[in-house]
Design a protein around this ligand. Structure first.
Ligand SMILES: *[C@@H]1O[C@H](CO)[C@@H](O)[C@H](O)[C@H]1NC(C)=O
Length: 494
């Protein structure tokens, strides 16, 4: 519209002058946010996890949150064999997204990605390194309880999702059933067990030099959980397979141990051809990139097949590649799926920066997608474009990270953020009490969930900022976890 006005008021201008003017006009708009403050965004992306904490909270930056879920585990279920283990302690961990449920499959993925971010960027995280470790430990303390509370049983989540999703209440007021879910040898869940093993093994590497005994406990538990996953195959969520988690879990335990036993396990799993996605429910691409490093950097051709698969994946993502299957919006955002698209963008961006780093380390390795020559910069530039888009370099001039910049989502789909805090409103807000006036109202949320990255804009680069629109307005732990690595990679000195 603005461009049209320029045409009518400059009707005597030549076309080339007009085009120059338009280009200048667009460039000047783009430059409003052409210099993202990656350090600020990095710090905020980690603070976000405090807002998702369950359990007993210490004093923290996100002060509008209080302790919650303090009896989690008390409904762990009576078992004839373990009569006295029916009450266990499953407090702690993270609420998944805008709800108050602890789903261990995405929580463990969140933990694995945070750990991988530290492993690849420990120097670049700089002053954020302790806070990132703390965010990991908040999850691993809980995951250890889930794995160690009851023999032959792995707890995989707390909180009845159906009951929780019918309510709009603060975590501090929760009155829905805190059902504890678990898998056993007779009702297996190798998907969630594989991911839990990956998270514990990855975190064991993070803590190796700072807390040796904790690191050892993480690793020995990871090995046990992986064994359980391998011996009792079958997936917890029947619509999702579990081979990707077994590959991912074995890959991480191998990275933490270098024991050839795990290479044999890896080879027995296989699969994952033609993948063009990476997310909490599909980890093949992540496993391939992780294992490709052994081929790229250590020249170990046992892992050559994973390097090939990692590069096939990159060729399906890059916009100029002949085998690309990835759409991009007019504004330049990778567009995978309508629901919570930014979760795919951040996870894939993590792999772009990580593989780029491995390529650079492997004497500046390059590969081709048809005629397209892919260098470490090719991947890094695409990653930077995605991060910059998220931080505000987009047609809406909107930062999709809450609290970063001035124009960011104000009505996120998040129970705690959208309801007055206990400090401000001490009376309980029951299950239905939060819908009016808070959920259905149009006021901005009273509490700022600093650093939360929401589902993001639609395929037309448009974002409505409506609380009920959860596919675009809900933050999730795994969206943020995957962004920490890329932010560190751009924030830190190389
Ligand atoms: C495994 O081997 C690699 C490559 O030789 C080495 O960099 C890494 O530190 C080793 N890890 C462990 C846990 O021994």
């Amino acid at each position: 519209m603005d461009n049209y006005l320029i045409i009518s008021s400059t009707s005597t201008m030549s076309l080339s002058h007009f085009l120059l003017l338009v280009i200048f006009f667009n460039l000047s708009l783009l430059c409003v946010q052409c210099n993202p403050d990656y350090r600020d965004a990095l710090a905020k992306s980690i603070i976000f996890f405090q807002g998702q904490r369950s359990g007993h909270l210490p004093p923290q930056d996100i002060s509008w949150r209080g302790s919650s879920g303090l009896s989690d585990g008390s409904l762990a279920g009576v078992s004839a064999l373990h009569l006295f283990s029916c009450i266990v302690d499953l407090t702690g961990g993270y609420y998944d997204a805008g709800d108050n449920v602890k789903f261990n499959l995405p929580m463990a993925y969140t933990t694995t990605l945070l750990s991988w971010s530290v492993i690849e960027n420990s120097r670049k995280l700089g002053p954020q390194l302790p806070a990132t470790r703390e965010a990991i430990r908040w999850a691993t303390d809980y995951l250890l309880k889930c794995a160690r509370a009851t023999p032959e049983r792995l707890y995989v989540g707390v909180g009845d999702p159906n009951a929780d999703h019918k309510c709009w209440e603060r975590p501090e007021d929760m009155d829905t059933a805190r059902t504890a879910y678990y898998v056993t040898p007779t009702s297996p869940g190798s998907d969630v067990a594989g991911e839990t093993a990956a998270a514990l093994a990855a975190a064991s590497i993070v803590f190796k030099k700072v807390d040796e005994s904790y690191s050892k406990l993480l690793l020995s538990t990871a090995k046990d959980v992986l064994q359980f996953a391998m011996q009792h195959r079958g997936s917890y969520s029947d619509f999702l397979g579990s081979n990707d988690e077994l590959l991912w879990g074995a890959g991480w335990v191998y990275k933490a141990t270098n024991e050839t036993y795990y290479v044999d396990l890896l080879k027995s799993v296989g699969g994952g051809e033609g993948i063009d996605i990476f997310s909490w429910d599909n980890k093949y691409a992540g496993a391939h990139v992780l294992l490709a490093k052994k081929s790229l950097v250590n020249n170990d051709e046992t892992f050559g097949e994973y390097r090939q698969k990692a590069e096939d994946f990159m060729c399906k993502i890059l916009p100029d590649s002949p085998s690309s299957t990835t759409k991009y919006t007019a504004g330049g955002l990778m567009y995978k799926m309508g629901a919570s698209n930014l979760q795919y963008v951040t996870s894939i961006t993590f792999l772009l920066t990580t593989y780029s780093k491995y390529m650079a380390k492997a004497n500046y390795h390059t590969f081709t997608c048809g005629k397209l020559v892919v260098t470490p910069e090719t991947l890094r530039n695409l990653a930077r474009r995605q991060v910059d888009y998220i931080l505000g370099d987009n047609p809406m001039k909107m930062s999709y990270m809450v609290g970063y910049g001035t124009n960011y989502p104000k009505r996120i789909h998040h129970r705690g953020s959208s309801l007055p805090s206990v400090a401000v409103h001490s009376e309980e807000i029951g299950c239905e009490g939060g819908f009016q006036p808070y959920y259905y109202g149009s006021n901005p949320n009273p509490n700022t969930l600093i650093g939360a990255v929401v589902g993001g804009p639609d395929q037309n680069d448009f974002f409505p900022d409506e609380r009920g629109d959860y596919t675009h307005s809900e933050p999730t732990t795994y969206t943020n976890a995957a962004l920490v690595g890329p932010l560190a990679s751009f924030a830190g000195k190389s």
